[in-house]
Design a protein around this ligand. Sequence first.
Ligand code: NDP
Length: 702
Amino acid sequence: TAPEATRVAVVPSYIRDTWWTPAESTGKGAEVRDASTGELLAVVNADGLDLKAMVEHARTVGQAGLGKLTIHERALKLKELAQFLNGRKQELYELSFRTGATKIDNMVDIDGGIGVLFTFGSKGRRELPNSNVIVDGPLEVLSKDGSFAGEHIYTRIPGVAAQINAFNFPVWGMLEKFAPAFIAGVPTIVKPATPTGYVAEAMVRLMVESGILPAGSIQLISGSARTLLDELDYRDMVSFTGSAGTANLLKSHPNVVHGGVRFTSETDSLNAAILGPDAVPGTPEFDAFVKSVVTEMTVKAGQKCTAVRRSIVPAELVDDVVAAIGARVTERVVVGDPRAEGVTMGALASMEQLKDVRGAVESLVAAGGRIAFGSLEAPEVVTASGQKAVVADGAFMSPVVLTWEDALAPALHGTEAFGPVSSVVGYSSLDEAVKLAAMGAGSLVASVATNDPEVARTLVTGIAAHHGRVLVLNREDAKTSTGHGSPVPHLVHGGPGRAGGGEELGGIRSVKHHMQRTALQGSPNMLTAVTGVWHTGADRNLADPADPSTHPFRKSLAELRVGDAMRSELRQITREDISKFAAETGDTFYAHMDDEAARAAGVFPGIVAHGYLLVSWAAGLFVSPEPGPVLLNYGLDNLRFLQPVPAGDSIRVTLTAKQITPRVTDEYGEVRWDAVLTNQDDELIANYDVLTLVEKEWPKKA
Ligand code: NDP
């Protein structure tokens, strides 16, 4: 019979839009086994994979295909992809069970990953322009006459986003990096970790099968890829997740140190959970704290970069906390094969991982830790057939809680056991709690369980700068909180120091992380041309007041261009207008009613018009009232009243199409209009943006 390893499949890589496996003559690769049974599942081997060609393909074909789309079009593709994957996720579940993951773990990894695609699909369209240039921050006028100005723009990096991932979340870990790169327009090369890379491969296969992604947007390395960084330069970036040791090795690669490869990492982290002094047993905060610690110890068998490794609790409550954690574990946690009914905690990812975690616990014990709950003995677990047994080849471990005589023991704050392991340590003052949390030397996340606002403020301001994220848990959010260990795609996932120093994941920031920020200087006309956004001082195409058909409100998106504008007649404001407006609205603020009081305030020349009267009048001055392509006005942005307008003065409005954003899914788009109110002497009275929805075609197609 053939040796075991030749009877199983080699996990393929995906290069230049084609699936690839190594020639049979190349090395034997790494064996991957079912975490619960030890059954050989596959071989992982990338020997002979042409990494140079992969990178070249991303920089050429990948960049070209993504660059043909706008940010909104790419965001919509992510949404379509998410919908497609939602219909196929069961296939991934089946595979993922083999990594030791339970159904809940799969939801975190697979559904969580698909959720990231949905979030970015929506955020990309709501928060970014429908173009490929993002303007960052306000305009800086750099010359007296306004003919020279500067601002910052983001455009995508010209290379590839290479992601090197950890074994614990093969799907979510990949998609949380893929989604922002894709929206930015940057192709991805994924290098999953060997033990669970077959799940990432299955996900990439589905992504390819969907037919939704442009050629070259994703490539996959199933294998060790130790020379990937040799192929990269300053055009490219690497996002690494894994151990600090590997991060340090890669960070010191010559192409990072001298070649300018952009490198960010998320490494290990000894995250803390602090119990406030008010959160004594019997309070909802105590219960929420214990529940959270047990969840973090057992979800994914504690193999989470965000898991709670250190519970920092009032010294007199250490025993209560350990007892409550132990009771909850005993009551709720069933260790076993995730395919068996009732199992709530699966195996570690591999026997190697089990050995590492046991070794880490032994070194914690040698450094002064005491196992106060659980043990290192191989546990009796529920097997796939529902029997109870000790499985020699299964990577199973019982949850372990350690306590410490010496709260300052370096190992407690420095040795990560990447499994169902957590320590409980006492503090005697809030200052000490802060100090202990900070001894993690930079962590991804901490939680603070308290219902005392003063405790929350003291602890959070004390620890925030040592953390990427802080969760405050109390009775009000205990049920609704997404939890200590769940990074959300909207918010920073990363942390300072030991956590890797990254804050590039989370929200629109992570899209911009795949882009270069460039200071752009030039005249308003040139800034308008480059950004597609009309800039004050740039040319306007003014409507002819004598010909209402030239009013920009008569133009659909098919005809409207940025810079299309109208200027109204002047309208004079009388005292009577002001009193009438005051009476109708009830806004009888003294500045609109009482000359003497208005003057006495020192800021008004006497009675002045209401700002809202001016804005209302402006609408009357700029509107083109008949039904037409402008559907509705959905708000104003950045409204500022710059000068009071006394009775007797006149105002006019100039309205200019500033930014046009066709919606990729609708028959209309958003038009942002620059509105400027000036008086009879052309002095600035107010400015703001008017936000409208405008039809793409008018008259509408039948
Ligand atoms: P490693 O650092 O060994 O591996 C992480 C990734 O790096 C894997 O894909 C691995 O590939 C790859 N890799 C390793 N060496 C190189 C190299 N020289 N060149 C290129 N790629 C390389 O971490 P582990 O997989 O052992 O993960 C365990 C540790 O990672 C945990 O103890 C935890 O501290 C940390 N971690 C942090 C997370 C976070 O989000 N912050 C999440 C998960 C884990 P291969 O598998 O093929 O060797």
